[in-house]
Design a protein around this ligand. Structure first.
Ligand SMILES: C[S@@+](CC[C@H](N)C(=O)[O-])C[C@H]1O[C@@H](n2cnc3c(N)ncnc32)[C@H](O)[C@@H]1O
Length: 305
C-alpha cells in the first residue's frame, strides 16, 4: 500500500468535506484509486450503521425494494456475493427480507474497519442467520475467489466511486460470476443534469450499458429503484449476464467457493491463522476473524507450507 498522511483527510471528513475529492487533489490523481477509496471509506466506518439506526423505516423500505428486485434471480441454496458491502447494513436488511434461503453470502469491502463494524450490526439484526455471511477484505479489481464460483453477484452503490476503472471491475465480476449480476448502482443516464455534474465531480461510474456490451456481457434489464435517498444519485437495478468465456471452467452450482490468491485461481488454505497458497508461496493475514485478501497484503513466505 502507498502510505498517505490520513490526518488531513480526517480533518476534511470532520468538517463535512468530500474526502475522495480532497485525496485526488492531494495525490494529483485524476481518478479515485483503490488507496483513495480505502482511506475515504475507512474513515467513515460506523457512520452508515448510525444512519440506518436513525432511519430504520427508510432503510428497511429500500432494502425491501432491492430484495424484491433480486428475488427473481435467486433460488434456495444459491451462493450470493455482495461486493463493496461496507458495514453490511444493506446486505443484512436485504437478507432479512429475502424469501429465499440462500446457501452462503460472501461479502467483501476494501475497508477492514467497515467490515469489522458491520459484523456487529449483522449479528444483532440477523442473529444465527448472520453465520451465512462470510466477510473478507478485498479489492474488486482482484477478487480472491475462483473462476465462476458464485451464482449471483450483487452490489449497492459500490462500483460507484470507481469511475476510472469500470471495465476492469466488470471483467473481474464476470470472472467469478456463474449466472447473473444484479447490481444496484447510480444511473448517470437516468440522472438530471445537476446529478450528472455531481457524479462527474465525484469520479463516479457511467455508461454501465456500454461497458457491459464492450466486454461481451448482456444487459438483460435496467429498472429504476423508486425509494432513493438522494435524488442527485438515483439508483437503478442492472441485471446482467456475464460474458461467456470458454477459457474459464464452470463448476457445478453449490460447489463450495474457496478463497484464492487475489485475481487468480490459486487456492488459499488456512495455516497457522494465515491464508496460504502453496503454488505462489504467498500468505495473507486474518485480523479479528476477517481474512485480508488484497494483493498488496500478500507476504512471500515460501517456507511456511
Ligand atoms: C457507498 S458505499 C456502499 C456500501 C454498502 N454497499 C451499502 O449498501 O451500505 C461504497 C462501498 O464500496 C466499497 N468499495 C468501493 N470501491 C471498492 C473496490 N474497488 N473494492 C472493494 N470495495 C470497494 C467502499 O469501501 C464502500 O464501503
Amino acid at each position: 500500500m502507498k502510505y498517505l498522511n490520513v490526518s488531513k483527510a480526517k480533518s476534511v471528513y470532520a468538517a463535512g468535506g468530500n474526502v475522495t475529492e480532497f485525496l485526488r487533489k492531494e495525490t494529483g490523481s485524476p481518478v479515485n484509486t483503490s488507496e483513495i477509496i480505502e482511506i475515504a471509506y475507512d474513515l467513515q466506518a460506523g457512520s452508515y450503521i448510525e444512519g440506518v439506526q436513525a432511519n430504520m423505516g427508510q432503510a428497511k423500505a429500500y432494502a425491501g425494494e432491492l430484495a424484491g428486485l433480486l428475488a427473481p434471480h435467486m433460488e434456495d441454496g444459491k451462493t450470493l456475493l455482495d461486493v463493496g458491502t461496507g458495514e453490511m447494513t444493506t446486505l443484512s436488511l436485504l437478507l432479512a427480507s429475502l424469501d429465499q434461503k440462500i446457501g452462503t453470502a460472501f461479502a467483501f469491502d476494501i475497508s477492514w474497519s467497515r467490515l469489522y463494524k458491520g459484523l456487529g450490526f449483522s449479528r444483532s439484526l440477523l442473529k444465527d442467520q448472520s453465520s451465512l455471511i462470510t466477510p473478507f477484505v478485498a479489492d474488486m479489481k482482484a477478487i480472491p475467489l475462483a473462476d465462476k464460483c458464485i451464482d449471483v453477484v450483487t452490489s449497492n452503490h459500490a462500483l460507484e466511486p470507481n469511475g476510472g476503472n469500470l471495465s476492469g471491475l466488470l471483467t473481474e465480476l464476470f470472472r467469478v460470476c456463474r449466472e447473473k449480476l444484479v447490481l444496484f448502482e447510480p444511473s448517470y443516464e437516468l440522472n438530471s443534469d445537476e446529478g450528472r455534474q455531481r457524479m462527474d465531480r465525484l469520479g463516479y461510474i457511467k455508461d454501465i450499458e456500454g461497458a457491459v456490451a464492450k466486454l461481451g456481457g448482456s444487459l438483460l434489464d435496467v429498472v429504476p429503484v423508486p425509494n432513493v435517498a438522494n435524488p442527485l444519485n438515483p439508483t437503478a437495478c442492472y441485471v446482467i449476464e456475464p460474458a461467456k468465456n470458454d477459457f474459464l471452467s464452470v463448476g457445478p452450482s453449490g460447489e463450495r467457493a474457496a478463497f484464492t490468491v487475489p485475481g487468480t485461481a490459486f487456492e488459499l488454505m488456512k495455516t497457522d491463522g494465515f491464508w496460504y497458497s502453496k503454488e505462489t508461496g504467498l500468505a495473507f493475514p486474518e485480523l479479528k476473524g476477517i481474512p485480508v485478501l488484497k494483493s498488496d497484503n500478500g507476504i512471500l513466505a515460501s517456507h511456511l507450507g
